[in-house]
Design a protein around this ligand. Structure first.
Ligand SMILES: C[S@@+](CC[C@H](N)C(=O)[O-])C[C@H]1O[C@@H](n2cnc3c(N)ncnc32)[C@H](O)[C@@H]1O
Length: 207
């Protein structure tokens, strides 16, 4: 069987525009699941061109948006969006990866990642990082490109390569401090998971 063409781990501008078009239904689902409230602190991991962050910014006033992406072109593209620039010091976009999030413990009400999980080489470490930066009661919204039927063998994330990505990801999240992990709907071939942090990680204390 021919090997599927690799999705770029570091997209360029043109590919980012194609992603925006392809991922529009996924962004709408993510926006609904995030349900941002004024004054929330929201983190997007692997924000790409920043279209979803822009949609969230346009949905609610007073929101604080942060993001991390290892591709400098994506950081520049997202940072140039007028709706995001308008946030001023309520916007914090950084270069980096899910493996080592450059924020302090308990910073965010919510974390989200859309079509990015597949690039996490060590998903356990990344999930622990997300738990670390979420506030108690915080929430993760994870949208996965469904790889169940034809899992490409070049994907960095071993769970995404496994052929049973969705159920394995849910099982992984259920072994962590996320006390409630739910299947949260589909948008085309995109599947979503929401996970609530109901317990504090063992190595942290309540403030
Ligand atoms: C397929 S694109 C999706 C972008 C965006 N979420 C969207 O849906 O349009 C994957 C994004 O993840 C970023 N990325 C790749 N490896 C990453 C990692 N280890 N941690 C965080 N982001 C990563 C890429 O730079 C890219 O912007």
């Amino acid at each position: 069987m021919p090997r599927a063409a690799p999705l770029p781990m570091h997209p360029n501008r043109l590919f980012a525009r194609v992603m925006e078009w392809l991922n529009a239904p996924a962004y709408r689902l993510a926006c609904k699941l995030v349900d941002p409230q004024p004054e929330n602190h929201v983190l997007e991991i692997g924000f790409g061109s920043g279209r979803l962050l822009e949609m969230i910014a346009q949905k609610v006033d007073g929101i604080h948006l942060a993001g991390v992406d290892p591709t400098e072109t994506m950081v520049r593209m997202a940072s140039a969006r007028p709706a995001l620039r308008k946030l001023g010091n309520r916007l914090d976009l950084r270069s980096g990866t899910a493996q080592s999030l450059p924020w302090r413990d308990k910073t965010f009400d919510m974390a989200l990642a859309v079509h990015c999980f597949q690039f996490w080489e060590d998903p356990d470490v990344c999930i622990q990082e997300i738990i670390r930066v979420l506030k108690p009661g915080g929430r993760l919204v994870l949208l996965l490109r469904s790889h169940e039927k034809r899992a490409p063998n070049w994907l960095p994330n071993p769970i995404s390569r496994s052929g049973n990505e969705y159920q394995q990801t849910i099982a992984l999240l259920r072994k962590t401090a996320f006390g409630l992990v739910e299947e949260a709907g589909r948008a085309g071939s995109t599947r979503s998971i929401t996970a609530w942090l109901t317990a504090l990680p063992a190595n942290t204390t309540s403030e």
